[in-house]
Ligand binder design. Sequence first.
Ligand SMILES: [Zn+2]
Length: 222
Amino acid sequence: MEFFSILYRGAEKTLSFLFPRRCLICGRDGKDLCLACIETLPETYGLHSGYIHSAFSYNDKKVRKLIRFFKYRKRKEVGEILAKMAFNAFSEDFAEAMLFKGSVAIVPISMPKRRVYVRGYNHAEIIAGVFSKHSGLPVVQALKRTRSGKPQAHISSREERKENARGIFSVPDARKKEIAGKTIFIVDDIVTTGSTIEDASRALKEAGAQNILAFTLAATPR
Ligand SMILES: [Zn+2]
């Protein structure tokens, strides 16, 4: 394992020397996403539905491309840039929460271990980390997967997605005291039907969460 990881890191260095990073949108050398292109991204927008807030529309071509790089091609930096933009879009909610630091916690949607291994990281955790860095609010890994469920992106029917997401999360006893009586900010990358977030919300409420808001980078239209 170790050996391969060293080999991989070596290869990655060589590759970035031979193929320097280019902006994923315009192709200019330098960063994953250049400043000029950041400025061409659509305005972040507010609400998705009820307690779920999303920064971007997944319908936007550029946004979709960037999120795919973040999700499926291990471009963490892209996710961090989008997360910072999303944080700015949600600044009102976070500013209010920062006044009550002890009673608000950020909880990323957890991913099955196998999938974290394949994808390289849990995207929700990266986003949660950025929100925490800028707000000072703690991240609590409170959601345990009781079963893995299929990736929601692989299921087309809304009813099936709902069924697939039912009862997938629970809060371990050891985490309950960090949840009980608090306002919880659930964090995920994309919201589609909202059924994953709904199930997370159910588990957190059962663990005593008082108030729940959810924040995602993007929303797909229902
Ligand atoms: Zn660019």
